[in-house]
Design a protein around this ligand. Structure first.
Ligand code: ZN
Ligand code: ZN
Length: 230
């Protein structure tokens, strides 16, 4: 009997494909082996990609201007753990990808590499151990990369820290134990408000993270206590 594969994006059973399909992650069009009834297809390279690679690939290729939508897609990829330090730079990269598609700032592919390199230095558990959730610092990294800020900058340095501060404040309100999905949602929502106020950038309609798609996979879910549960 043939084994049934389920779509990692919508959980429907995949069936053998006849024609060309577009990879739901990187957009590559190729002869597909399997597709789901909703037309989702994942190319071989994306299927086996590591967390860093899939984040970089998707952010380089995306046509989306909604960072929440890109984040939710990426977080459904099996290489992205339920909780894990890859969320720190996932936040930076999806913000930079959406900003680039909107034609704001000078953002090229090296921006993602920079954000990943910086984000990787934030350890797992920095929320409770350092008092700074990596998803919030990820927002600060996105502002820093976009504005080309450094420690010698004036306004850009302040804006990078202010962005981290606003995201961190929202994440702190959620309570614990930590949830990297809730922190990512809160960081992107705070970043969206920040970019609109400071730069007049509107991320079009931010996809609603409600109800949280990931709650079924989180053994430590805060359930009704989490603002994204329902
Ligand atoms: Zn599907
Ligand atoms: Zn692909």
């Amino acid at each position: 009997m043939e084994e049934t594969f389920y779509c990692i994006l919508c959980k429907k059973p995949m069936s053998p494909a006849l024609g060309i399909a577009e990879c739901s992650f990187c957009g590559k069009k190729e002869k597909a082996d399997y597709v789901c009834p909703s037309g989702h297809y994942i190319c071989e390279d994306c299927r086996i990609a590591s967390s860093d690679r899939i984040i970089k690939k998707v952010c380089e290729a995306t046509q989306e201007t909604d960072p929440m939508r890109i984040a939710i897609l990426l977080m459904k990829h099996p290489a992205i753990q339920m909780h894990g330090p890859e969320h720190h730079y996932l936040v930076s990269c999806v913000l930079l990808a959406a900003l680039r598609k909107l034609g704001k700032f000078e953002i090229d592919n090296s921006a993602f590499e920079k954000a990943i390199t910086r984000g990787k230095r934030i350890p797992l558990g920095s929320c409770g151990l350092w008092g700074a959730c990596g998803a919030a610092v990820g927002v600060g990294i996105a502002v820093s990369v976009a504005t080309k800020s450094s420690w010698t900058s004036d306004k850009e340095r302040s804006l990078s820290m202010q962005a981290t501060c606003e995201a961190l404040s929202e994440i702190a309100k959620i309570g614990g134990p930590r949830c990297c999905k809730a922190s990512t949602f809160a960081a992107i929502e705070a970043a969206s408000k920040f970019f609109e106020r400071e730069f007049g950038i509107n991320f079009i309609s931010l996809t609603s993270p409600h109800p949280c798609y990931f709650k079924a996979f989180n053994d430590e879910c805060l359930k009704d206590k989490c603002p994204y549960f329902g």
